[in-house]
Design a protein around this ligand. Structure first.
Ligand code: HEC
Length: 126
């Protein structure tokens, strides 16, 4: 009987541990999960929400607390879209100009290229 109780305790403890491990696995970042994905399989909107939206805003307008504080670029600015090349956008994501953090260690090349293309989707219709 005593053994039965001990076994139950062990089972409960094991179940708890499994939940903990599962919880940790699911809290790993999208950036890490998709690091090996090719560019066309990367979830760019998801990565943008995870890594960029605190400053640039989900709508790309940078009207967030951090965006205003740090002076983040508004991606819906038509002049900025016209005057900025794809290479400049990719370089900015990699190296982080001014007060923006660099992402070259956090994101794969495919993720950075997919995000650069996503930044273009904020371009206003003419
Ligand atoms: C902590 C705030 C912050 C985060 C997070 C952030 N940025 Fe920025 N970003 C900035 C700031 C500030 C600037 C303005 C720098 C400047 O004036 O060139 C900027 C500028 C840019 C530019 C414009 C560069 C240029 O040459 O005009 C691009 C493109 C950009 N960010 C993309 C991104 C992407 C994509 C992400 C997510 C992977 C991201 N940023 C995350 C703050 C941030």
């Amino acid at each position: 009987m005593k053994n039965g109780i001990a076994l139950s305790c062990l089972l409960i403890a094991f179940a708890g541990l499994s939940l903990l491990v599962a919880g940790c696995a699911s809290s790993s970042t999208l950036a890490a999960q998709q690091a090996g994905y090719p560019k066309d399989k990367v979830d760019a909107p998801g990565l943008f929400t995870e890594n960029c939206a605190t400053c640039h805003g989900r709508d790309g307008r940078a009207r967030t607390f951090h965006g205003r504080l740090l002076g983040a670029q508004n991606f819906t600015d038509a002049r900025w879209q016209t005057n900025t090349s794809d290479d400049e956008i990719i370089r900015a994501i990699k190296t982080g100009p001014k007060l923006m953090p660099a992402f070259q260690k956090k994101l794969s090349t495919a993720e950075i290229e997919a995000l650069a293309a996503y930044v273009r989707t904020f371009k206003p219709a003419q």
